[in-house]
Ligand binder design. Sequence first.
Ligand SMILES: NC(=O)c1ccc[n+]([C@@H]2O[C@H](COP(=O)([O-])OP(=O)(O)OC[C@H]3O[C@@H](n4cnc5c(N)ncnc54)[C@H](OP(=O)(O)O)[C@@H]3O)[C@@H](O)[C@H]2O)c1
Length: 250
Amino acid sequence: MDYQPSHRHLQDRVILVTGAGQGIGKTAALTFAAQGATVILLGRKVKKLEAVYDEIEAAGNPQPLIFPLNLENASEENFNAMAEGIFQQLGRLDGILHNASRFDNLSPLEIQTAEQFNGMLQTNLVAPFALTRACLPLLKRAPDASVIFTSTTAAHHPAAFWGAHAIAKSAAETLVKIWAQELETFPNIRINIVIPGAVQCPQRKRSHPGEIHENLPAAAAIMPLYLYLMGHDSIGVNGQMFEAQKSPEE
Ligand SMILES: NC(=O)c1ccc[n+]([C@@H]2O[C@H](COP(=O)([O-])OP(=O)(O)OC[C@H]3O[C@@H](n4cnc5c(N)ncnc54)[C@H](OP(=O)(O)O)[C@@H]3O)[C@@H](O)[C@H]2O)c1
């Protein structure tokens, strides 16, 4: 997407990014902070989140918050406590980027255990649902709030070996479309889907082992779409799916 945000486009906004320790999530967190947002960095590995925190601070951008959480085991109580913590510490929430995802490897369903299957549904579908639900009271209070779910073309073209990862992403897209309609009575909240396309990130090396990773664009190349959806210019855009790149095919 060819989009030029205005200076300090996300000034004073509070944005939660899941999977903020590496890959697209890390780049999004740094990008949002550089545009003035206070970013809440969620992930499992504190060291990686701390490195992102340090980078944001060193750049002189708003001090972020670190929220270590394993989405796979998180309960409704954990999500509610997190929302309460955000309210107590920051008083507001203007956006959520659901970016974290579990992808084990390409394998036939026949050898995928129910435990693995469940883990992928939990991380890629149930947790983003429960987290959004817990944060809804905060989002409803925001002047304009944006929720982004991250999907993949594998959700649209079911292919052998993509298993529960693709199934969960496909269901998450359905969830967004249902929720977008239900939230029409709250015009200050929008919820949309982003398909990043092929970018250099650790997960990509495992999902596409035959690719020359270095030839792919860096995550920074797809940030204009993320900035557009997280900022005021996308007010009123709801229930839509956006591809950050038209090509190459995933
Ligand atoms: N890269 C691509 O080409 C591509 C293409 C299509 C779609 N996507 C989608 O874009 C998103 C980001 O992809 P990526 O390539 O940047 O992935 P990545 O490098 O593997 O990063 C995934 C992130 O998710 C976090 N995560 C995984 N399981 C978690 C859990 N149980 N609890 C909390 N955090 C968890 C990881 O953090 P910790 O390790 O710290 O927990 C990590 O920061 C994903 O939704 C992916 O499906 C990517």
